[in-house]
Design a protein around this ligand. Structure first.
Ligand code: NAP
Ligand code: GDD
Length: 325
């Protein structure tokens, strides 16, 4: 039997890698895409010739649309990756962030209930839910979100747990620490740095403006994390898991490694810019992924220093192609 998966957020970093993974495993993949005045499918364009990929217009703020889609597709697995995923932007758009990242989850879970189908559900939870709780953080650590994004995601986390307990839905929440790749959005700090390094190296820019350099994050490699999501849904028992590398690095250390990869000294180019600070910061996130290792056999292979190198190389190559050098 061909398995059908439905992915919200298929045009994002994780959605694109997950679609690749599932198509490779023989799934029929259905993705939710938002209507925009320009096409926004750069991360999945290369998958298009695949006849097992089906895209549907919709939005997590449109509950009726979700009900109709779930009824029509009858997916065996649903991956809810769609979100306004930028922490700083969530302070500027708190209500929209709550509607998409919190109530959107409820709309999707209700759509699954209304369709009365036997379906497994993955919720994209986040280490941001730990916020002010000091590291290392694991599944038992207390939550203390520090942004409208973190608070909205915490609602989604708990409503996922509740639907599992109340309705016996196979629902799991993956509490993922930061994960990056050459497909990472350009305004997240790792990609902003590696794009900045490439622009400086190729003579297109001469400085890079950043905010808090002291924040510590546990950065892993996105393709490895989507494999973890899939494994969570294949296990016999629905449970929540942390995915992380277990190693923390500061933004400053990431900068140092990224500039060094291009033979540059970061201190010559990085300029502190207050506008990139947040009203409340999450100082340190370092995950303890023991449970995922023991139960799912999942382990991160790529740490932040390796990521800095591979992302700089990818951005140098892409930018050189763009400017024709
Ligand atoms: P991303 O690159 O920002 O992608 C977000 C996706 O959500 C995009 O496809 C976007 O569509 C879609 N989306 C945004 N608003 C929507 C709405 N109202 N209705 C439907 N879709 C909407 O994020 P990502 O890095 O792939 O992350 C995937 C998920 O994991 C997100 O839920 C994120 O919060 C969570 N997460 C990420 C990390 C990380 O480090 N990457 C860690 C923990 C949790 P457009 O392309 O049309 O904008
Ligand atoms: N974006 C950004 N831009 N961040 C900066 C900058 C800058 O110019 N300068 C310093 N930072 C610091 C931020 O203050 C934060 O402490 C850290 O770099 C990481 O910021 P982001 O890359 O924007 O990621 P995030 O940790 O806030 O959120 C990401 O990871 C979460 C998981 O922990 C996002 O992917 C979330 O969606 C995800 O849930």
């Amino acid at each position: 039997m061909t398995k059908r998966a439905f992915i919200t957020g298929i045009t994002g970093q994780d959605g694109s890698y997950l679609a690749e993974l599932l198509l490779g495993k023989g799934y029929e993949v259905h993705g939710l895409v938002r209507r925009a005045s320009t096409l926004n499918r750069g991360r999945i364009d290369h998958l298009h010739p695949n006849s097992e990929l089906h895209l549907h217009y919709g939005d997590l703020t449109d509950g009726v649309g979700l009900v109709n889609l779930i009824r029509e597709i009858e997916p065996h697995e649903v991956y809810n990756l769609g979100a306004q995923s930028h922490v700083k932007v969530s302070f500027e758009m708190p209500e929209y962030t709550a509607s998409t990242d919190a109530v959107g989850t409820l709309r999707l879970l209700e759509a699954i209930r209304a369709a009365d189908i036997d379906c497994r559900y993955y919720q994209a939870s986040t280490s941001e839910m730990f916020g002010a709780t000091p590291p290392p953080q694991n599944e038992a650590s207390p939550f203390y979100p520090r942004s409208p994004y973190g608070a909205a995601k915490l609602y989604s986390h708990w409503v996922t747990v509740n639907y599992r307990e109340a309705y016996d839905l196979f629902a799991v929440s993956g509490i993922l620490f930061n994960h990056e790749s050459p497909r990472r959005g350009e305004s997240f700090v790792t990609r902003k740095i590696t794009l900045g390094v490439a622009a400086i190296k190729l003579g297109v820019a001469d400085e890079l403006h950043l905010g808090n350099l002291e924040a510590v994050r546990d950065w892993g490699y996105a393709p490895e994390y989507v494999e973890g999501m899939w494994r969570m849904l294949q296990h016999d028992v629905p449970q929540d898991y942390v995915l992380a590398t277990g190693k923390g690095f500061s933004v400053r250390q990431f900068c140092e490694a990224a500039f060094a990869q291009a033979g540059l000294d970061w201190e010559d180019f990085v300029v502190y810019d207050k506008q990139f600070e947040r009203p409340t910061e999450v100082d340190a996130l370092i995950g303890d992924p023991s449970k995922a290792r023991e139960v799912l056999g999942w382990e991160a292979q790529t740490d932040a220093m390796a990521l800095a190198r591979l992302m700089v190389e990818a951005d140098l190559e892409q930018m050189a192609r763009l400017i024709g050098t």
